[in-house]
Design a protein around this ligand. Structure first.
Ligand code: GDP
Length: 412
């Protein structure tokens, strides 16, 4: 059904594909719901409701309706989720800001994100945030306010502060993308808790590494745990601060780059067994988030040599990331709903076959009953005819006998 009415998704910008697929699948479930409601009324008004042959398990339309309603609710909440990880000060907040094309998250020394922070696009004019310890919406209009709210009396590193940002201000969060920034992975020993609480439904993980150093033990062990707990996680590796290599000669830069590239590939391919060499090499980027942010905010006057190339690589990352994110989210989120819907449709189909069988048997039984009654009626009619005939004769003979008696009496 989805395929029949869905135009070629490749003609739609990557992030909008998710919203499109969501609407399609939602429409189908809504139609299914209407059909089930009609079915429920039909069953309620027919002989079937009184039959013992079709027990609730087979034709519990109410139960099916409840299941469909809960799927529709889950679909409504479904979104694409990206989790950013890395050591403190590698530039996670700066990467997120560059992707949002605005200085939204506080970054830099003294602005360490010491708990999780999600950014969701909403249809409001003014941004606000929700802290885990209070249901009140807090004003988040200025970075200073946001940063105060984030660092104040240091929340549990497993806690999450939710920032709601006007969709009109950032294209990336317009299409149901939720970004999650994390405390530095060097800050908490409880990575399993992090993964369980915040990453189970993440579609893409972005590791923000520091191109000035090689992949660290904490970064590797974090992704080993992610790989152990989730099936086939989508990982992108950003070697940030690549602008710092601008002063080096080309040969040294190329050497550093291929060294990082090779070690990351070894880790992903050999240690994690997650992707092929080719696939992995398409997930590694050398970027400068700081420069990208400046360019996007119109402050690109003093950038180091080679910034155009670094920014192009950043854009290349964004394109591949968006394609991967929407494909993965459509696949993982809607696939399970589609399977569930198909199961319900199948069991409904089985029930309908049973209903058809039952109505056939019921009709047959009714016809037999009618025939039996007809035969009985014919019998009774015949009998009564015979009786009528018999009595008529009797009455006639009694009548002539009486007549004889009367004429005898008169004669005497
Ligand atoms: P986080 O702790 O991982 O979120 O790191 P931040 O985004 O707060 O960045 C830490 C510091 O690194 C800030 O002062 C940023 O301006 C700086 N920074 C981030 N990205 C880059 C980059 O690409 N190049 C350079 N030179 N500095 C960067």
């Amino acid at each position: 059904e989805l395929l029949k009415h869905t135009p070629d998704l490749t003609n739609i910008p990557p992030l909008q594909r998710f919203g499109f697929a969501k609407k399609r699948i939602n429409d189908i479930f809504e139609k299914f719901k209407v059909f089930l409601e009609e079915m429920d009324t039909f069953i309620g008004n027919s002989f079937i409701k009184d039959t013992n042959d079709l027990h609730g398990e087979h034709l519990d339309t109410q139960n099916m309706l409840r299941q469909i309603e809960s799927i529709v609710q889950i679909i409504d909440r479904d979104h694409m989720k990206v989790a950013f990880f890395g050591r403190t000060s590698n530039g996670k907040s700066t990467v997120i800001n560059s992707m949002l094309r605005d200085q939204i998250l506080p970054s830099g020394i003294g602005h360490t994100t010491n708990c999780f922070l999600s950014i969701t696009g909403v249809d409001v004019q003014e941004p606000y945030l929700l802290r885990p310890d209070s249901p009140d919406k807090k004003n988040a209009q200025t970075i200073k306010r946001l940063s105060n709210s984030l660092s104040k009396e240091c929340l549990d590193p497993n806690a999450i502060v939710r920032l709601y940002w006007p969709k009109t201000k950032c294209a990336l969060i317009r299409d149901e993308v939720v970004l999650v920034d994390s405390p530095g992975i060097d800050m908490s020993p409880d990575v399993d808790g992090w993964i369980d609480t915040h990453c189970q439904d993440a579609d893409v993980f972005v590791l923000v590494a520091n191109s000035e150093s090689t992949l660290m033990h904490s970064e590797k062990s974090f992704f080993k745990r992610v790989n152990a707990k989730l099936s086939q996680p989508n990982i992108f590796i950003l070697n940030n601060r690549w602008d710092c290599s601008a002063g080096e000669d080309t040969a040294t830069r190329d050497e550093v780059r291929s060294q990082h590239q090779e070690r990351t590939i070894e880790f992903i391919v050999d240690e994690l067994g997650l992707m092929t060499r080719k696939e992995t090499s398409e997930r590694i980027f050398f970027i400068s988030a700081k420069e990208a942010l400046k360019i996007r905010m119109g402050q690109a006057s003093d950038l180091a040599q080679g910034w155009e190339e670094r920014h192009k690589e950043f854009e290349d990352f964004e394109l591949k990331f968006e394609n991967c994110l929407s494909a993965s989210a459509i696949n993982t989120k809607f696939h399970s709903h589609a399977l569930r819907g198909r199961d319900i449709a199948n069991s409904l189909n089985e029930s309908l076959v049973k209903v058809e069988e039952l109505s056939f048997n019921y009709r047959k039984k009714c016809e037999e009953e009618r025939k039996r009654k007809e035969q009985q009626l014919n019998f009774v009619l015949k009998e009564s005819e015979a009786i009528k005939h018999h009595f008529k004769k009797k009455i006639e003979s009694v009548g002539s006998h009486v007549e004889d008696l009367v004429s005898d009496a008169l004669r005497e």
